[in-house]
Design a protein around this ligand. Structure first.
Ligand SMILES: [Zn+2]
Length: 383
């Protein structure tokens, strides 16, 4: 047995972050991903993981690295009232214990940060990725912003942070939270804000003051698909990282861009996610000595989230050897899926995508890169 290939942070109490009823966001889907990964790692020849399984809620001083004290006090009071009020304009309800549950997710990101800094191998926090929360308010199912706290924590250590966000929604909490900070490079590819919450993340938004030029937005039209995602990332991310010289990459790995997701329309397939995951490992080795923190994020179709994030975990452990698409999933996990999600489990790791024809053409990418080049005042050569 060699060294573990990566650290995975999963405390079963992460599922206490639960808005109840038929609210679309549920850590139960991430729990399914973790249990599929655990089962798959049990077989001969599977890579070795380091697990962090006990995570206590973040304390005030850690949360204050990004959030305001009045907001922290508001969430704490709201949690003691139970589920009778919303923390924002109607997407993010309070629930009993919501302060502790959200603070535990933040602590998960901090633990993952500590591990990747210590080991120089990837650290994966599938329950995290709550990129919409702002310093003084909740938004879009996100109470506290675990990514922003971990990023602030890395900056406090004197590190330069490259943040990459592939969630279908723009990561507005992180981008505006560090909008004037040039020590955080923010690259965000998402469904066009004119067609999806939160309605932000345009190429013209490049940061301000010291942060000018360090915020990079790639909005994609609905139906875009894998070619759009992969061709743009391949063209812009390596040169940006090369110029910026990060000490750490932080990636928000939402899965709501997956085909069939009920909230977004980007139509990515599992193959695209696997390619991005391999690139994350490669880029972290090339540009920042292997330091890589990956969180989960959005994702509202349990069949997609459960399988994609399990495979992400595997790729972070061992980029070379992942289960093939056609391989059947373990029966015990399929029973678990049925009991958790209330619908039949998928039979294999991935099936052919059910999508409508993509309207994306290579010239759309050229036009988007032109806009980005004009905003940032630099060129991106074709790879
Ligand atoms: Zn999302």
């Amino acid at each position: 047995m060699g060294d573990p290939g990566a650290t995975i942070v999963w405390d079963p109490r992460f599922v206490d972050y639960d808005f109840g009823g038929d609210h679309p966001f549920s850590e139960a889907s991430r729990a399914l991903a973790v249990r599929l990964l655990e089962r798959s790692l049990g077989r001969p020849g599977a890579p070795l993981a380091e697990w962090v399984r006990t995570v206590e809620p973040a304390d005030r001083s850690l949360l204050r690295r990004f959030h305001s004290t009045p907001y922290l006090e508001f969430v704490e009071r709201a949690g003691s009232y139970g589920d009778r009020l919303y923390l924002d304009q109607g997407d993010t309800p309070a629930f009993a214990g919501c302060y502790e549950a959200a603070a535990r997710l933040v602590a998960g990101a901090e633990r993952a940060l500590e591990r990747t800094l210590a080991t120089r191998r990837p650290a994966f926090h599938p329950a995290g990725g709550l990129h919409h929360a702002h310093p003084g308010r909740a938004s879009g199912f996100c109470i506290f912003n675990d990514l922003a706290v971990a990023a602030a924590s890395a900056l406090e250590r004197g590190l330069r942070v490259a943040y990459l966000d592939i969630d279908a929604h723009h990561g507005d909490g992180v981008m505006y939270g560090f909008y004037e900070d040039g020590r955080l490079l923010d690259i965000d590819v998402h469904q066009d804000g004119r067609t999806l919450f939160p309605g932000t993340g345009f190429p013209k938004e490049i940061g301000r003051g010291d942060g000018a030029g360090a915020k990079v937005n790639l909005p994609l039209p609905p139906t875009s698909g894998d070619d759009a995602l992969l061709s743009l990332l391949r063209r812009v991310v390596p040169p940006l990282l090369d110029d910026f010289r990060p000490d750490l990459i932080v990636a928000q790995h939402g899965v709501d861009g997956h085909w069939g997701d009920p909230l977004a329309r980007l139509q990515y397939t599992p193959a695209a996610y696997a390619q991005v995951d391999r690139w994350l490992v490669e880029w972290s080795r090339t540009f920042c000595d292997g330091r890589l923190l990956v969180t989960g994020g959005g994702g509202y179709r349990p069949e997609s989230v459960g399988r994609v994030l399990a495979r992400t975990g595997w790729i972070l452990l061992d980029p070379a050897g992942t289960p093939p698409d056609a391989e059947p999933l373990p029966d015990e996990w399929r029973v678990d899926f049925f009991e958790t999600a209330g619908s039949d489990a998928p039979p294999t790791w991935a099936e052919p995508a059910t999508t409508i024809p993509s309207r994306w053409r290579p010239e759309h990418g050229d036009r988007l890169v032109d806009e980005l080049e004009a905003a940032l005042g630099r060129k991106f050569r074709r790879p």
